[in-house]
Design a protein around this ligand. Structure first.
Ligand code: ADP
Length: 178
C-alpha cells in the first residue's frame, strides 16, 4: 500500500528491513544501544561491527529519543537507532514515548538531509506494544510530521513489516486514517 502525504510517499511493505536501500533504516534499539534480539540483532548482524563501534561511542539513548550511525555494510548508508517504550499496560506514558520515537527519528532524518527512511514496527516485538495501537500511533505521527514539514526533502517513508499480519494491521489502520 502506498499513499502520498504533503509531497512524501508513505509506503507499507512486508519484508526484512536489513534489505532496504533507503537512505536510512531505523533500528528498534534499547537504551544501552547494546544490540539485542529481533530487528536490532538483524541490523547489527547484517551491517557488521562498524555500527556497534559507533553505538559504543554514543553510549546510550533514552526512551523516546533517537541517534544516528553509519549503516556499515548495509545497503542503507545510515542507521537511526531509536528506543520505543516497553509496554506496561498503557498507563506509563507509552503512547507519547512511542510517538516521540518516530518523531525524533524523522527529525534526525531531516537534519541529515535524508530523502528516504524505512521503519520497523517499533516496540511491538520483545517490548510487547499491542500491534493495532502501535500502528495507529506510528502512522498518525508520520502524517502529522509530514503535515508540519512541507517541502522538507523527505520523499519516502516506508514501513517494513516483518509478517503478513503486521502488514494487514498497518494497511487497515492507514486506510482508516486517510
Ligand atoms: P522491540 O524491542 O522494539 O519490540 P523487536 O525487534 O523485538 O523490537 O520487534 C519490533 C518489530 O520488528 C516486531 O514486529 C518484529 O516482528 C519486527 N522485526 C524483527 N526482525 C525484523 C527484520 N529483520 N525486519 C523488519 N522487522 C523485523
Amino acid at each position: 500500500m502506498k499513499v502520498e502525504a504533503n509531497g512524501c510517499v508513505i509506503e507499507l511493505v512486508q519484508g526484512d528491513i536489513t534489505d532496504e536501500e533507503t537512505d536510512a533504516i531505523v533500528n528498534a534499539a534499547n537504551t544501552g544501544l547494546a544490540g539485542g534480539s529481533g530487528v536490532d540483532g538483524a541490523i547489527h548482524n547484517a551491517g557488521g561491527p562498524e555500527i556497534m563501534a559507533e553505538c559504543r561511542n554514543i553510549g546510550n539513548c533514552p526512551t523516546g529519543e533517537a541517534v544516528i550511525t553509519t549503516g556499515g555494510r548495509l545497503k542503507a548508508r545510515r542507521v537511526i537507532h531509536t528506543v520505543g517504550p516497553i509496554y506496561r499496560g498503557g498507563t506509563h506514558n507509552e503512547a507519547a514515548l512511542l510517538a516521540s520515537a518516530y518523531r525524533k527519528s524523522l527529525e534526525l532524518a531531516l537534519s541529515e538531509r535524508l530523502k528516504s527512511v524505512s521503519f520497523p514496527s517499533i516496540s511491538t516485538g520483545a517490548y510487547g506494544y499491542p500491534k493495532k495501537e502501535a500502528a495507529e500511533i506510528a502512522l498518525k505521527t508520520v502524517l502529522k510530521f509530514l503535515a508540519a514539514t512541507p517541502g522538507s526533502g523527505l520523499k519516502l517513508v516506508r514501513f517494513v513489516l516483518f509478517s503478513d499480519t503486521d502488514l494487514k494491521v498497518y494497511s487497515e489502520t492507514l486506510a482508516h486514517l486517510r
